[in-house]
Ligand binder design. Structure first.
Ligand code: ADP
Ligand code: ZN
Ligand code: ZN
Length: 793
């Protein structure tokens, strides 16, 4: 028997399966989707691999043996292996990278296994394998015993845990139970005060409890004494590291749907399990999309199926996750980047073992190993975070579509401001279009939006970030004891240090970008390569002392506002104040409880917030994202402004929105002012058609990077010639041009953009290029091929 194995070496040559012999004692026990260690290369170094196929063929002379089996049951499902196969065609990265993206991090590093007997194990068997030991290491066993253990584990008679660097993956906790009758009769000598105290305490303890609570006040010696005397029983139990998160959420009931919501739910669930269908749920902010998601999931669960709910940057919106936990409780698993590796592992196992039927998570949760999927929902589907911008560069929407097809499941794309790609498909009838045009709360109205021309106030302002008209509005709301949300748009913008005498801006030595001032750490940081240095006191160029801090960072805006409105209670929310785990949620909770009047933050405040007392939303600078060299910059600006405006007036109090801008006549701002998605869509589609951009054309971005600029330019031109020779005449090739940020990490970046409608050979040609860049004479040339790039910077 042979196993086909994808090894963990991300190179083109190793992107296909290698055959290894399954040693005879493991025959019949090895399954597809299991990880193994295999010897690889000339030195026969042991590396991790994944079995993707089994062949009933004789091994040839030089076939190597599998060295070690890492899993007794598959950690990847057949569907996941199929997904990797499909994605390989459009995501230009290696299969092993895709497979690893589907596993929790803890499983991507090598480890040993710890085995524990379960109650179901027969005494004789337990004795011969474990002796008197509580647990044994797999690697300590001989081959014959290993095979026995595998059989027992597969029969569920042995519990398996993994170990990496001597740390076990599963967290276990000691619990105790009191034998009340025995304890009551037990005599403790009068002088043993502490023991007497513990006895009195335990007599009150009827239920089992964690031993840790006793350990605080009582020594191990005393606790051991009670155990040895048979007064308490102590045992170990597996604990979920994420449980605490679930415990604090209160349960909620389904709401009565309004007619628009009811139609949407019925339509969506009507095809579940019969055919794969995609719907765009386009609903204005506050229209109750989330309630639709919740009830769709409820109906899908009732059919015995499972659901994936994707939200952008979930760690930023605890309010949203909590709504799912409140409705579905322990059936939910959460997966997002804010969790520790251990927490992620616990959540993954809940899914894998079938305990969780609903997965709520960020981008990578789209790979969750749920079986029998009924629905995948992508909220705020237009968000760029659904595209991963490092390898493997997949888009969660594409993965979701594949999975929906595989499972005859329904895919729901929800947004108030759908991406042009999605909306165009809905308009052409490829997706079903469902609309929610009213706010769900009948008293809540779509807020009035006022645009303030910053140019009218130049020189008259009390402070750089605030026009008098915005300040008056804020004061008015504070008097009424209502709350205000202020957004500072910082995309492509930062706080920097400039010399007033010679104009020198302090720059990163490795990257073509100015260093950002961080007040909290009192340092200058590069946001690309992580370079850090002290804040300069004199100009590095002319040695002048007139070196000043510029830009409108949140810190500066906060200081200005506090000075203007000393009595206001302001919370600042940006990367600096939310770095610590839970800080983001903490700030939102405080704002929700009314402990502050103003929430001032970056775009992280734009999403998902639902506070009834917020009646004013102010955008301090709507322009900064407009002039970026990216064809989606208008779309992004429109979406962001519409989203943030949607935070106002979500309950019975009327809301107002005020946008400060230098470009009041720009169409993105004008359409956002009128909350006119349709108008924006038509206008922007026209531009895209004229310029040949998505959704009319497909795009691929190629980025070449190298420390020598001459070399990278030469190679980029070679790539362009190769593309011209091998692709059709109709393809448009832009570049090579330096990237907008031309150098980072001491590497020069050049990009080539391809625009096309139909190109038969594209996949083969691009794979060939990827292959070529790994040859020796390419001298560490880095090549990234990005299908439908979301970020042109
Ligand atoms: P969206 O996700 O579309 O922005 P939400 O789902 O957050 O909107 O709903 C906005 C508000 O309306 C929430 O406070 C929600 O509880 C409430 N809501 C939603 N549906 C209903 C309904 N059918 N009846 C009453 N209130 C509702
Ligand atoms: Zn200077
Ligand atoms: Zn740098």
């Amino acid at each position: 028997m042979l196993a086909e194995i994808i090894v963990d070496v991300p190179l083109m040559q190793t992107d296909k399966p290698y055959s290894y012999r399954i040693p005879s004692q493991w025959e019949g026990m090895v399954q597809i989707g299991v990880r193994v260690h295999v010897p690889f290369g000339k030195g026969n170094r042991l590396i991790q691999g994944i079995i993707v196929g089994l062949l009933d063929e004789p091994a040839s002379e030089d076939t190597k043996d599998i060295a070690e089996i890492l899993d007794f049951r598959p950690v990847l499902t057949t569907e996941q292996l199929w997904l990797a196969e499909q994605l390989r065609k459009t995501v230009f990265s290696y299969k092993i990278s895709l497979l690893k993206a589907m596993l929790p991090n803890l499983l991507n590093s090598s480890y040993d296994k710890v085995l524990r007997p379960k109650v179901s194990l027969e005494k004789a068997e337990q004795e011969s394998l474990f002796g008197g030991r509580e647990e044994i290491r797999f690697s300590d066993l001989d081959v014959e015993h290993q095979a026995r253990v595998m059989r027992l584990a597969q029969a569920g008679k042995i519990e398996v845990d993994y170990v990496a660097m001597d740390k076990k993956h599963i967290k276990r906790e000691k619990w105790y139970r009191v034998y009340q009758d025995k304890l009551a009769d037990f005599d403790i000598s009068k002088r043993a005060k502490k023991r007497q105290e513990l006895k009195d305490l335990l007599l009150q303890q009827a239920e089992p409890a964690p031993l840790a609570s006793l350990r605080k006040n009582y020594s191990k010696e005393i606790l051991d004494f009670f155990e040895e005397q048979g007064l308490i029983e102590v045992w170990e139990e597996e604990v979920s590291r994420s449980q605490a998160y679930f415990d604090k959420v209160e349960a909620s009931q389904a709401l009565t749907l309004n007619p628009e919501q009811a139609i949407a739910v019925e339509q969506i669930v009507s095809t579940v399990g019969q055919e794969s269908q995609t719907y765009l749920l386009q609903g204005v902010t506050g229209s109750g999309k989330t309630e639709v998601y919740l009830q769709v999931i409820e109906r899908v669960l009732a059919q015995g199926k499972t659901a994936i709910m994707l939200v952008p940057e979930i760690s930023l919106t605890p309010q949203v996750t909590n709504r799912f936990i409140a409705r579905f409780g322990q059936q939910v698993a959460i997966l997002h980047s804010g969790l520790s590796d251990g927490e992620k592992y616990d959540e993954w196992r809940k899914i894998e073992q079938g305990q969780a039927q609903v997965v709520v998570g960020a981008r990578s949760a789209v790979f969750a190993p749920l079986k029998n999927l009924g629905v995948i929902i992508i909220d705020e589907e237009h968000e760029a975070t659904y595209k991963q911008d490092s390898n493997p560069r997949y888009h969660a929407r594409e993965v979701a579509k594949l999975r929906a097809d595989y499972n005859q499941a329904v895919l729901v794309l929800g947004s108030a401001t759908p991406s042009l790609e999605t909306r165009a498909r809905a308009s052409r009838g490829l997706y079903g279009l469902l609309r929610l045009n009213q706010r769900a709360n009948p008293l809540a109205k779509i807020p009035e939006v006022q645009v303030v021309d910053f140019r009218d106030y130049i020189g008259q302002q009390e402070a750089g970030n605030f026009t008098p008209i915005l300040l008056d509005k804020i004061r008015e709301k504070l008097e009424k004891k209502e709350q205000v949300v202020l957004m500072l748009n910082r995309r492509g913008y930062s706080s920097f240090v400039m010399c007033r005498d010679c104009g020198t801006v302090d720059q990163c030595p490795n990257c073509d970008i100015s260093l950002t001032l961080h007040m909290d750490s009192r340092s200058m940081n590069c946001h690309y390569c992580g370079f850090q240095k002290a804040i300069p006191q004199i100009c590095p160029n002319c040695q002048s002392r007139s070196i000043r801090y510029y830009g409108t960072g949140t810190q500066k805006a906060y200081d200005e506002l506090q000075e203007l409105l000393p009595e206001a209670r302001i919370l600042r929310m940006d990367v600096d104040t939310t770095r610590k785990k839970g800080a983001h949620e903490g700030l939102l909770d405080r704002f929700g409880r009314g402990e502050a009047d103003i929430l001032l933050g970056t775009q992280m405040i734009a999403k998902g917030l639902d506070f009834p007392n917020v009646t004013l939303v102010g955008v301090l600078n709507a322009d900064t994202a407009l002039n970026l060299p990216d064809f989606r910059s208008s779309e992004r600006t429109f979406q962001l402004l519409t989203q943030v405006a949607g935070r106002a007036g979500r309950a019975d109090k009327e809301g107002e929105v005020l946008i400060q801008t230098y470009n009041p006549n720009h169409y993105a701002i004008a359409f956002a002012k009128n909350q006119d998605y349709e108008g924006f869509y038509q206008y922007e589609m026209n531009i895209r058609r004229n310029l040949g951009y998505p959704p009319y054309y497909f795009t691929v971005g190629l980025t070449l990077s190298h420390k020598s600029e001459d070399f990278v330019v030469q190679k980029a031109f070679e790539v362009v010639s190769f593309l011209r020779e091998n692709l059709s005449d109709s393809i448009r090739i832009l570049g090579p041009t330096p990237k907008p940020i031309a150098r980072t990490h001491n590497l020069y970046h050049y990009q080539i953009i391809l625009k096309y409608r139909k190109e038969e050979n594209l996949e083969a040609v691009l794979n060939h290029i990827l292959d070529k860049t790994q040859e020796k004479e390419m001298k560490d040339l880095r090549m990234v091929i990005d299908n439908e790039p979301q970020n042109m910077m």
